[in-house]
Design a protein around this ligand. Structure first.
Ligand SMILES: Nc1ncnc2c1ncn2[C@@H]1O[C@H](COP(=O)(O)OP(=O)(O)O)[C@@H](O)[C@H]1O
Ligand SMILES: [Mg+2]
Length: 318
């Protein structure tokens, strides 16, 4: 099966003003891989991704996606296979409601209204955003917009997910939710980011680009722990690895570092707990226990409110 393969053969691209961010890029990504594209600002990550669904076409060289070479004739077909999630979800969401946004693609495929509805609901459910379906996208938080943008792509049932800086505008918890979501997907994933911690958490393989070329390509654990290589490419070790090496050098973590770690951990799980209390509150209500339901709802709300305090505590550890 070659239909999930993405292969760049010596790809060059020049913008009309003469900037040439891609100068001979080659790699092959196979079915089910999760690959991070990393490089400093301006390294050409976004330009590279835009070639994967034919938004841009190479000035020289070729790109294959599955059995097709990407060109003007094939790009419509290719866009059904390659779901592109742009850096800014506002570029992806433009309809009056979340439902309409997610339905837009499937409707254009000519599916019946029933099938469209089923796909929309399944996709929103998948990203935990079904409850938002009637909301206007511009009322959503950054994390919610990002989830809906992903749902709008999932609704097209692509084989390959391509994402440009998916966590750029997310707060730590929304970022963690996104990482968990991405790790659940079995699609081929190609993610451009300078958030190397995210790449380390989500991608098994990492491609480093600089000056329009591939500078390194290999297992993320190896590439992202290679300080000299990262520095040559104007990148820094992921924070999680910096923590590991600092701790190794300085011996054991001191108490404040431990506490910081612990607070970050609590913070990561708070919202999950709040959701669980709230869901059980609903169940208590359905089971004829309104007082218990109200108490659980109050607990959920107070847990959410505590987030701000935890965040301040984490800050105070620094
Ligand atoms: N539309 C454009 N016209 C001209 N130059 C562009 C355009 N878009 C990006 N560039 C230039 O191409 C280079 C690569 O940009 P980009 O692909 O956005 O990098 P990255 O995503 O890695 O930050 C940069 O020098 C940028 O200024
Ligand atoms: Mg970019």
């Amino acid at each position: 099966m070659s239909h999930h393969i993405v292969e760049f053969h010596d790809v060059y691209y020049q913008y009309p003003d003469g900037t040439e961010p891609l100068r001979g890029v080659s790699f092959r990504i196979t079915h089910g891989e999760s690959v991070g594209i990393v490089g400093a600002n301006g390294a050409g990550k976004s330009t590279l991704l835009l070639h994967m669904n034919g938004c841009l076409l190479p000035s020289k060289g070729t790109i294959d996606v599955g059995d097709h070479q990407v060109n003007k004739q094939t790009r419509k077909e290719i866009r059904k296979k390659v779901g592109m999630i742009f850096q800014n979800p506002d570029d992806q969401l433009f309809m009056p409601t979340v439902f309409d946004d997610v339905a837009f693609g499937p409707l254009n495929l000519g599916l019946s209204p029933d099938r469209v509805k089923a796909r929309v609901e399944a996709s929103l459910e998948r990203v935990g955003a079904l409850a938002l379906k009637n909301k206007p996208p511009h009322h959503l938080s950054g994390g919610q917009k990002s989830a809906v943008a992903i749902a709008s792509v999932l609704a097209m049932q692509p084989d390959i997910l391509v994402m440009d800086e998916p966590a750029a505008s997310l707060d730590p918890r929304a970022r963690r939710d996104l990482i968990n979501l991405l790790n659940d997907f079995e699609h081929t994933k190609i993610i451009a980011s300078h958030d190397l911690d995210l790449i380390l958490d989500v991608c098994d393989r990492c491609i480093v680009i600089k000056n329009g070329k591939v500078m390194a390509d290999g297992p993320s654990e190896m590439i992202l722990a290679d300080k000299p290589l990262l520095e040559e490419n104007h990148l820094e070790l992921p924070l999680s690895i910096q923590g590991r090496t600092r701790r190794k050098k300085g011996g054991r973590m001191n108490d404040i570092q431990k506490l910081h770690h612990l607070i970050e951990h609590w913070l990561e799980h708070n919202q999950e707990h709040a959701r669980t209390y709230s869901e059980w509150g609903d169940k208590a209500g359905t089971a004829g226990k309104p007082k218990l339901a109200a108490l659980l709802k109050e607990i959920a709300q107070k847990t959410t409110d505590m987030d701000a305090l935890f965040r301040r505590a984490a800050e105070a550890c620094r």
